[in-house]
Design a protein around this ligand. Structure first.
Ligand SMILES: Nc1ncnc2c1ncn2[C@@H]1O[C@H](COP(=O)(O)OP(=O)(O)OP(=O)(O)O)[C@@H](O)[C@H]1O
Length: 258
């Protein structure tokens, strides 16, 4: 397990409340991700995981609370390219004629200045990122001609090329085959071992004990947070996913479970 060796806090969320009109997505959420730590984020569909990520990267505005990234504001972190974000839904236009390499190079934009001319360092970072996700052979391929799992790995490569100190990954294992899942897990472990920080949401609880020293269970509010082994209890998971606490199954209307 990667327990992390770093010190300090990479992400500090305090009393965060986010609403979309009448929908409360997050309410009074407080959590920390330490430097050199991987933290799992677990919650059912619609529990607010993506909203949390989008707030941390400045795409969504909070109604209350605060977010501190690497000791500064969200805007400062964004300007420095300090946070890498791998969204759940890919934001890539499949018809747009850009290559895999071009997409990964976007992770370097904050370093490249207004001309956006790639320097040898940028080329090297892109090549390394593609190799780490096993896509080195597809650098020249148009993005629209990739499978869903390959596109997912391109998004991870983009975040790796960014050399961000905090990485946010929204369901990065969805749609990946077993080998790709293992490869992505290994890459994330390497990042943590090198002192980086990772917040990763997943429905696949089996990856958490090996990857994440801490986990947070979310249902708009934080239901439980702490060392992964302490948090992933049947009772906590039942509360998180709305299951019958006695049986761990989906409750029926009559009060039993199936
Ligand atoms: N742009 C939006 N406008 C209005 N409501 C939204 C918007 N985005 C999300 N919501 C609502 O906010 C709540 C939290 O959604 P969010 O996408 O953060 O959940 P999630 O945990 O990431 O879900 P999933 O596991 O399905 O990806 C849900 O009730 C959702 O319907």
């Amino acid at each position: 397990m990667s327990t992390g060796t770093g010190t300090g806090t990479a992400l500090a969320v305090r009393g965060l409340t986010v609403r979309y009109r009448e929908t409360v997505a997050l309410e009074d959420v407080t959590l920390d991700v330490g430097a050199g730590q991987a933290c799992g984020l677990v919650g059912m569909n619609g529990s607010g995981k993506s909203t949390l990520f989008r707030t941390v990267v400045g795409l969504v505005r909070a109604q209350a609370g605060s977010v501190e990234v690497l000791g500064g504001s969200v805007a400062q972190a964004r300007a420095r390219g300090a946070v890498g974000y791998v969204p759940q839904q890919d934001d890539l236009d499949r018809d747009f004629p850009v290559s895999v390499r071009d997409v990964v190079l976007m992770g370097r934009y904050h370093r490249m200045g207004p001309t956006r001319r790639a320097r040898p360092d940028d080329d090297r970072a892109v090549a390394e990122a593609l190799a780490r996700v096993g896509l080195e052979g597809l650098a020249g391929r148009q993005i629209g001609r990739l499978s869903g799992g390959q596109r997912q790995r391109v998004l991870l490569a983009r975040a790796l090329a960014q050399e961000a100190r905090l990485l946010l990954l929204d369901e990065p294992f969805t749609g990946l085959d077993v080998m790709s899942q293992a490869a992505v897990t290994e890459v994330l472990r390497e990042i943590v071992d090198a002192g980086g920080s990772v917040l990763v949401s997943t429905h696949d609880l089996s990856v958490l004990p090996d990857l994440c020293s801490r986990s947070v269970l979310l249902h708009h509010r934080v239901l439980a947070a702490g060392p992964t082994a302490d948090v992933l209890t049947p009772a906590n998971l039942a509360r998180t996913f709305g299951l019958d606490p006695a049986t761990g199954r989906v409750p029926t209307r009559g009060g039993g479970s199936r």
